[in-house]
Design a binder for this molecule. Structure first.
Ligand code: NDP
Length: 490
């Protein structure tokens, strides 16, 4: 019997003993078998979270006590980091070393929120009346459904679980059914660290079934979701029924602008990383290259040369530079996306097909791809492939670079390369995206907010705001010299 659901402090099987196999994207082998929750299981998990929240069992802890708990979770994650990285590498197909980097980021996330929680919360407000004590207090928001994607499975869940715990919320975690193993490991650690029963619950199963229940239930106060735009829209519609709070981290089609006066060696190297890291399965991937016309040929030919020799490989290939796509369905989507780009008039310079190496025959490997002569009007420029596909556009003026960089419904991140610091600062300021890198692309830190403008999302994770998403703000006005209001006649 497979018992990988964690509900009300107990590990248990699905109520109908249902389970499913998790397959490696590298070779389709079965890497795990996990429970698949039923509607009754989801109902139990939401009920447990609601009960624990309403009982005050966790909300009565001080911020400091909850921060200590989160620190302890970080310690335990450090102890088990390699074990969890191995599971994450099996589920996602990324090589073990890459998964180790992700685990280090997970631990930093828990440490960041532990430190933030230990600070003062709330403030006094001067209302200009000496007999009135006016105070803003921060309180846990309630019961949260925390739904994560498959690309950075544990990291994206950590960005939600750590602040939810510090804030004092009760929650139900739902990882992608494609990559559930690291969430199971995290939940075991949360249990070991001494989290009160019912506060943290884990539900596994397909989003279209269990996810739907988690976003519609009136007992849930907040949905924090990272995933695709279409699912985000479904969640917004569901949230309207009970005015749930929402934190949405959605997709991106992120502009990467290179001016002719940039350090081209560094810019080109970063452009390759930005587009092809984790085979482009990164929400902030720099897949939209926007390059000044005079350097187009030099930049693009070098990127193509580099892309053609990127080594693809699975979890145990330590020479691999990037891995497979997550699933057969995703491989199909990426292939169709590239075909559509070519049909619309983009020029395929490299890649554009599945890897033909015999060792990749059973995996979902797609070659790093560059589509030149792209235009803002094309589907491949406007929509996210979430695969290793870079589109290239050219510009002649600073204003044109900005206009192209903003010509998207998304607004997650972008980059600008120039040795003219004033020009780079002007462009950074004009781009309507949640993170802008100047002469860099990709780094982030838990202390800095992360999130999207426009259709890339609502709210912010990380930083201080990332904790704020899980808090209600209450104003308490205490009159120490009560008197009649005197508004209406006696
Ligand atoms: P999906 O939206 O398909 O899935 C994300 C999560 O939502 C999964 O756990 C999925 O479950 C679940 N889900 C699917 N349908 C529903 C539903 N109707 N109700 C509730 N939950 C549901 O996205 P992907 O997993 O395909 O992730 C890729 C997307 O995520 C990309 O668009 C990417 O840009 C975005 N992303 C954004 C990030 C950011 O920081 N802004 C970071 C990482 C990814 P299951 O998989 O089990 O079906």
């Amino acid at each position: 019997m497979v018992a990988t659901l964690f509900i009300d402090g107990v590990w248990r099987a699905a109520s109908d003993n249902g389970f499913h196999d998790v397959h490696s994207p590298h070779d389709q082998s079965v890497v795990a078998t996990v429970s698949q929750a039923t509607e009754a299981d989801v109902d139990d998990a939401i009920a447990a979270a609601r009960r624990s929240f309403d009982s005050g069992i966790f909300t009565s802890w001080s911020f400091k006590e909850r921060s200590d708990l989160v620190s302890k979770i970080a310690d335990l994650l450090e102890r088990d980091a390699d074990l969890i990285a191995r599971k994450e590498s099996d589920d996602t197909g990324k090589r073990f070393t890459e998964a180790q980097y992700d685990l280090a980021d997970v631990i930093s996330t828990f440490r960041h929120f532990a430190a933030l929680g230990a600070k003062e919360h709330g403030r006094k407000v001067d209302v200009g009346l000496p007999h009135v004590h006016s105070q803003i207090v921060h309180e846990p928001l309630g019961v949260a459904s925390l739904i994560g994607p498959w690309n950075y499975p544990l990291l994206q869940i950590a960005w939600k679980v750590a602040p939810a715990l510090v804030a004092g919320c009760s929650f139900i975690v739902k990882p992608s059914e494609l990559t559930p193993q690291s969430a199971i490991a995290l939940m075991k650690i949360i249990e070991e660290a001494g989290t009160p029963k019912g506060v943290a619950n884990l539900i596994l199963g397909p989003g279209s079934v269990v996810g739907t229940l988690l976003i519609n239930d009136p007992r849930v106060d907040l949905v924090s979701f990272t995933g695709g735009l279409t699912t985000g829209q479904t969640i917004m519609r569901a949230a309207a029924q009970t005015i749930k709070k929402l934190a949405l981290e959605l997709g991106g089609k992120n502009p990467h602008i290179i001016f002719a006066d940039a350090d081209l060696d560094a810019a080109i190297d970063n452009a390759v990383t930005a587009a092809f890291l984790h085979s482009g399965q990164v929400c902030s991937a720099g897949t939209r290259l926007i390059v000044e016309r005079s350097i187009h040929d030099r930049v693009v030919s070098e990127i193509v040369r580099r892309a053609a020799k990127i080594r693809l490989g699975g979890p145990s290939d330590e020479m691999a530079e990037t891995g497979p796509l997550i699933s057969a369905a995703h491989l199909r989507n990426v292939s169709e996306y590239v075909e559509k780009g070519v049909a619309e008039g983009a020029t395929l310079l490299v890649g554009g097909k599945r890897s033909e190496l015999p060792e990749h025959a059973n995996g979902w490997y797609y070659l790093p791809t560059v589509l030149d002569n792209a235009k803002s009007s094309m589907y491949c420029v406007q929509e996210e492939s979430f695969g290793p596909v870079m589109t290239v556009e050219v510009f002649d003026t600073e204003a044109e670079a900005i206009a192209i960089g903003n010509d998207t419904n998304f607004g997650l991140s972008g980059g600008v390369w120039s040795s003219d610091s004033e020009k780079a600062a002007r462009v950074a300021s004009a781009l309507r995206h949640g993170t802008i890198w100047v002469n860099d692309f990709g780094p982030y830190r838990p202390a800095a907010e992360w999130g999207g403008y426009k259709q890339s999302g609502i709210g912010r994770e990380l930083g201080e705001h990332g904790l704020g998403e899980y808090l209600e703000i209450k104003h308490i006005w205490t009159n120490n010299a009560p008197s009649r209001s005197g508004w209406f006649r006696d």
